[in-house]
Write a protein that binds this ligand. Structure first.
Ligand code: ADP
Ligand code: MG
Length: 480
């Protein structure tokens, strides 16, 4: 099959559960993992006579995301009912925004390898989640948990700008990172707080027209999304190559077989009979409200990524690692208020502080050693008081264990202060040369690479404490 002739085109519909305390239209608790059907009330159960009430936080979070993505904020948006019958949808309809969504347009940049590319956003709308059905119970029945019914969602709809599973992965990661920075969604795909529907089509490379698409529903892990896209693209190319056509369909991906299959036939394709939600007034926002949210936006991941390179002189690799999570980026900025050696600060966080927090299962904000002590740690190395390897291996763990101690005290207690005492170093250098007459001979005959060997000997004899500059000066003098 000539797969290389084709290009895959993908557009995403991302559903993000918002980290509000209560549901979209009532006060039920939304925390994850409660016993089934304990976080429900007459409103989320859809009892007759109950009325919804809008959650202000849902609106605020939607505006925050829209502003960060450069979307236009609709000062007047409205809710609609999307009607369908399913056992985990107690009201018989989902409240969503069909005609007038809260945010329109915008874009998010992704990086794949060296290439950076803007993925356009079609719109973002507010809606509510349905309950959860479990069809894998033992008996001839399904189980239903309505804790999730009514949880506030944002649906982010992208333009069909993605061209590969790698780009989808990068887009999902960038969206997750952004939403975590904004504090609006925890982005936890395993717990279902972020899910996506993938719309996939194929076309001959260079063809300006889009092919017919299929929509793969509810992919809740990037691994599944990658496999589903790969399978679906090959299936569609197979159809086109064999002279038949791709039919627009809604598909389900089965991770156990790796195959996509139609969710429903055309005959029972949904007619959602959208109509304006009569129980909720339109959402009307003032300019001032939107501007207030704009002013309160935190520094965004790509702003920090650029700042770390341009102002702090970090390589892109470091800047990328440090900006993955907002608390790490803020930790770096705070540390740089205490030290001028920004690269050393980056190394220390990437190689020691972050791995330590990972191992201990703590947030970086709870890292026990203060920024002043970490800066002093960097200075000890920079001033040549402690060898860098010894500092990383011994002083860092000692500090983490007893954070009250200054790095200098820790270095003294561990007997790691480097010595530049010429008398002592001269004796060690003499010993190193006396113990290795053959190497001295070879060095003098031109094997200059042996310098490292002699330095190693002196370091060993000094238990790592010889000041390397003084020691190498002495060695050169004696050998040369
Ligand atoms: P609907 O309203 O029927 O769901 P939309 O036109 O709003 O359809 O598109 C929904 C999603 O499908 C968007 O993410 C969009 O980018 C994507 N999409 C639309 N056409 C294509 C296509 N030909 N190939 C891939 N994705 C597409
Ligand atoms: Mg759709």
């Amino acid at each position: 099959m000539p797969y290389e002739k084709y290009e895959t085109v993908i557009g995403l519909e991302i559903h993000a559960q918002l980290s509000t305390r209560s549901k979209a239209f009532c006060g039920d608790d939304v925390s994850f993992g409660g016993d089934p059907n304990t976080q429900v009330s007459p409103i989320s159960l859809g009892h007759p006579g109950t009325l919804p009430r809008l959650n202000r936080k849902q609106v605020e979070y939607a505006v925050r995301l829209g502003l960060a993505l450069g979307s236009a904020i609709n000062l007047r948006s409205a809710f609609d009912r999307k009607n369908y019958f399913y056992a985990d949808l107690p009201k018989g309809y989902q409240v969503t925004q069909d005609r007038a969504p809260i945010c329109v347009g915008g874009s998010l940049n992704i990086r794949v390898g060296e290439e950076e590319k803007a993925i356009r956003i079609h719109h973002i709308h507010m809606e509510e989640d349905a309950g959860k059905s479990m069809h894998d119970s033992e008996g001839p029945y399904s189980l239903i948990d309505l804790n999730r019914a009514g949880v506030p969602l944002l649906e982010i709809v992208s333009e069909p700008d993605l061209r590969s599973a790698e780009e989808v992965d990068a887009f999902m990661s960038a969206m997750r990172q952004l939403m975590r920075y904004l504090g609006i969604c925890d982005g936890n795909m395993e717990q279902g707080s972020m899910r996506c529907d993938c719309n996939v089509s194929v076309r001959l490379k260079g063809d300006p027209n889009l092919g017919e698409r299929c929509e793969i529903k509810n992919l809740n892990s990037m691994r599944y999304a990658r496999r589903a896209i790969a399978y679906e693209a090959r299936r569609q190319i197979g159809l086109v190559e064999s002279g038949s056509r791709v039919e627009q369909q809604t598909l389900n991906f089965d991770p156990s077989t790796g195959v996509t299959a139609p969710l429903r036939d055309k005959e029972d394709a949904h007619d959602y009979r959208y109509f304006p939600e009569p129980d909720l007034p339109p959402v009307v926002l003032s300019r001032e409200y939107v501007e207030k949210i704009r002013r309160a936006l935190p520094a965004l991941p790509w702003e920090l990524f650029r700042q770390f390179q341009e102002e702090y002189g970090l390589p892109a690799y470091d800047a990328n690692l440090l900006t993955q999570e907002q608390p790490t980026a803020l930790f770096f900025l705070a540390l740089c208020e205490h030290t001028g050696n920004f690269k050393a600060a980056a190394n220390l966080i990437i190689n020691k502080v972050a791995p330590f927090c990972n191992e201990q299962g703590i947030d970086i904000t709870d890292f026990p050693v203060g920024h002043d002590h970490l800066a002093a740690f960097i200075q000890l190395i920079d001033e040549g008081k402690v060898a860098s390897a010894a500092a990383y291996q011994h002083i860092f763990p000692a500090l983490a264990e007893a954070p009250g101690r200054s790095p200098l005290e820790a270095a003294q207690a561990l007997n790691l202060i480097q010595t530049s005492d010429e008398g002592l170093l001269e004796r060690l250098v003499d010993e190193a040369l006396a113990n290795n007459p053959e190497e001295v001979e070879r060095y003098r005959n031109g094997k200059k690479g042996l310098m490292g060997f002699f330095m190693g000997e002196v370091m060993k004899a000094s238990k790592g404490k010889a000041d390397p500059k003084v020691a190498s000066g002495l060695l050169r003098k004696k050998l040369g």
